[in-house]
Ligand binder design. Sequence first.
Ligand SMILES: Cc1cc2nc3c(=O)[nH]c(=O)nc-3n(C[C@H](O)[C@H](O)[C@H](O)COP(=O)(O)OP(=O)(O)OC[C@H]3O[C@@H](n4cnc5c(N)ncnc54)[C@H](O)[C@@H]3O)c2cc1C
Length: 373
Amino acid sequence: MTRRIILAGGGHAHLAVLADWAQRPFPETERWLVTSTRQTAYSGMLPGWLAGIYPAGELLIDLEPLARQAGARLILSDVTGLDAAARQLTLASGETLAFDLLSLATGGEIDTATFAALGDRLLPVRPVGAFMARWTHFLTAIAGSDAPRVVVVGGGAAGVELALAVATALARQFRQPQVALVTVERGFLAGHASAVRQRALAELAGRGVALHYGEAVGTRHGVLLTNGTGLAADCVIAATGSRAPRWLAASGLACNDQGFVAVGADLRSISHDAIFAAGDIINRADRPLERSGVHAVKAGPVLAANLRAAARAAPLKAYQPRGRTLYLLATGDRRAIGSWGGLMAAGRWVWWIKDWIDRHFVGRYTRPGEGGR
Ligand SMILES: Cc1cc2nc3c(=O)[nH]c(=O)nc-3n(C[C@H](O)[C@H](O)[C@H](O)COP(=O)(O)OP(=O)(O)OC[C@H]3O[C@@H](n4cnc5c(N)ncnc54)[C@H](O)[C@@H]3O)c2cc1C
């Protein structure tokens, strides 16, 4: 009996699943990929793109050839609903799709509710493709300006990298750009060693990025912080971390209290055997696991193996992350800060490693012959 397997979202983990399907036959299955856009962006290279180091083509992965090689039917649409018990997905078009097995890797969303007053001045960093288009438009719109003002909200690795990249990019083009980073103090590179935070503070200061501690809300002219400070801005980049997609709430899937899909170490929903998930959309029920591209990528091969195993009711594997994860933060000037447990390293050689890892990863899916896929 042919079983229908649907991958929802072109997220990092699904790249490995598509590669697995392309490599080995998967008999008695009908395979689908449903995702919002044909190209998926590799966010690790986004700061490098902003800083002018990479052209857009270097970080965009075209899902069409990957789906074709995997024998998967590609549907370009947003998933807007899921009925886990009835095994049915709803798409933005209103169409419904039945499945025997489903895997979710649609990532997280940026919560923009507190920034609504900004209107067009708000640039959420996700979806990354839309962010890239709007940033390009913003640069054109401010071309005649002397002193454009950009505020980045979010003190995680992404916010810090984006602030440094924006400062680098604007300094090249404008006389007196003003770049600020706003974060709650405890959220500034939380989970990283003090040496990493100190190094990042020095980089921000060296690049003229003003750091403000506090919670920000959007106003018509910029942001207002909890301490009363107002920051005028031509553009506010929201890099405030992932929120669970809203459509999950009515799905019937077991989720944690923030709405992320609860999965076990085998990446299977703890409530519905036919549903798997990986990347930023999950919450591991068996252990804490931070949301990062590293884990989304590394979970991919396990997810691929488990979808095959589930199709024939065989035992599943576990995704067990290593104790420490290496994070490489780009500083916008072909240098990077490396963070591994309590250790910190920084400099050009750290950037070379990051650049090699990132290009190699994207190359596996854009130039399969060269990347060893
Ligand atoms: C600027 C920046 C830099 C970062 N740098 C790093 C880094 O250096 N290292 C690191 O480990 N992490 C990094 N991260 C975090 C990392 O990007 C995420 O953890 C990772 O992208 C999560 O992958 P994912 O597969 O869950 O989702 P995503 O990469 O967000 O992919 C989601 C996919 O699903 C599609 N999709 C979304 N919604 C729907 C829908 N409703 N229906 C259908 N399809 C949908 C999207 O089009 C996309 O193809 C960074 C994040 C940012 C913003």
